[in-house]
Design a binder for this molecule. Structure first.
Ligand code: ADP
Length: 338
């Protein structure tokens, strides 16, 4: 069903509820008013006119009674007309209001639906790209009657690279799905352990890139959560910092306790992220498509989305500050005592 059709359906439901309430009120008002009119106009007139106090001719009596009954009927008609008018006004205003409310109610669902479709489209595009590359390369190789063992090896090597991309992608997709379903197991985690585990995992890649990792002398404090998950988020950010830092550069790590949160800052002197792109870098499949992004860094744009998912699940936050001299990513994690 389209969003428009769903909005109309929901608006009709809202309107039906509103009109039912309005009709119940109208009927109640009408019956109370009719009873009061009956008591105030019709009945007293008849009893006075028929009473012993007034000595009136029958004709005058009849006229008097007739006038009072007409006044009574007129007043009742007026009430009915007013109630009908009020109900028409409620129908029109309520219809518009119901449609507006239905649109507002369905907006988050529509947004989630659009995000889901975008995600599925992006995921299938990313899955298709290496598969298409492998298929066409293999077809070309098979069509070559003079295919040598050497070029077959090159072909297999290329296939393996594409397969590695597919494996990385499926692992990232699986991780995103896990983040949506699984809840965090909370245990005390040393901030120093998160940093030490992360740095150990990326030591080799920093060495290859000739990037120095500058660590604080003393790291104190604890947060609560899942050590492996927190390390994974830290590794994603440190990995990016290393990858975007020019050869021979330095990545500085610092850690401070600020307002009940441990702020782990990872500072690189890479190309930076343009300000207008910062709000999107945590979106799934988002890759800054600027010349400043490192060409060799061919991720899927899922790393920061996963890192944010993990940190959010720990009631933390990731802050980014960037300019052309480099970027600072700050992981803010609640202190164990808070
Ligand atoms: P990927 O998995 O492709 O690396 P990420 O989600 O980790 O994607 O990052 C998204 C985008 O954010 C990257 O494409 C890159 O443009 C930008 N980015 C992330 N970290 C940095 C950094 N330290 N310096 C410059 N750009 C960065």
């Amino acid at each position: 069903m389209t969003v428009h059709a769903s909005s109309l359906k929901l608006a009709s439901l809202y309107l039906a509820i509103l009109m039912s309430i309005s009709l119940i009120f109208s009927i109640t008002i009408y019956s109370i008013s009719a009873r009061e009119l009956d008591r105030g106009i019709k009945r007293p007139a008849v009893s006075i006119i028929n009473g012993p106090e007034l000595e009136l001719s029958q004709q005058l009596r009849n006229r008097f009674i007739q006038e009072r009954i007409e006044a009574y009927e007129f007043a009742k008609d007026q009430i009915v007309a007013k109630l009908v008018l009020i109900n028409i006004a409620i129908l029109v205003a309520g219809g518009l209001l119901s449609y507006y409310l239905a649109l507002r109610t369905l907006k988050p669902i529509e947004d989630a639906h659009a995000a889901q479709s975008r995600f599925a489209a992006n995921a299938s595009h990313e899955l298709r790209t290496p598969i298409t590359a492998m298929r066409s390369e293999n077809e070309v190789a098979l069509m070559d009657p003079n295919l040598t063992l050497k070029s077959a090896r090159v072909q297999l090597q290329s296939n393996l690279e594409e397969l590695e991309k597919l494996t990385n992608l499926s692992e990232s997709l699986l991780r995103l799905a896990q983040l949506e379903e699984a809840s965090v197991t909370y245990e005390p985690v040393n901030i120093a352990d998160i940093i030490a585990d992360g740095v150990t995992r990326l030591k080799q890649s920093a060495k290859l890139q000739k990037v120095l990792i500058d660590l604080p002398e003393k790291i104190q404090g604890q947060t609560h959560g899942d050590r492996a998950g927190l390390t994974e988020a830290f590794v994603t950010i440190l990995d990016n910092a290393i990858k975007y830092t020019p050869i021979g550069g330095t990545v500085h790590i610092s850690c401070h306790l600020r307002e009940g949160n441990h702020d782990i800052a990872i500072v690189d002197n890479g190309p930076g992220i343009p300000n207008e792109q910062i709000p999107y870098i945590f979106d799934r499949f988002y890759r800054a498509d600027n010349a400043r992004s490192k060409q060799s860094h061919n991720g899927f744009g899922l790393g920061l989305a996963i890192a944010k998912g993990i940190i959010d699940a720990h009631n933390g936050a990731i802050f980014v500050a960037s300019n052309e001299k480099g970027s600072t990513f700050t992981l803010s994690l609640p202190d164990l005592s808070s």
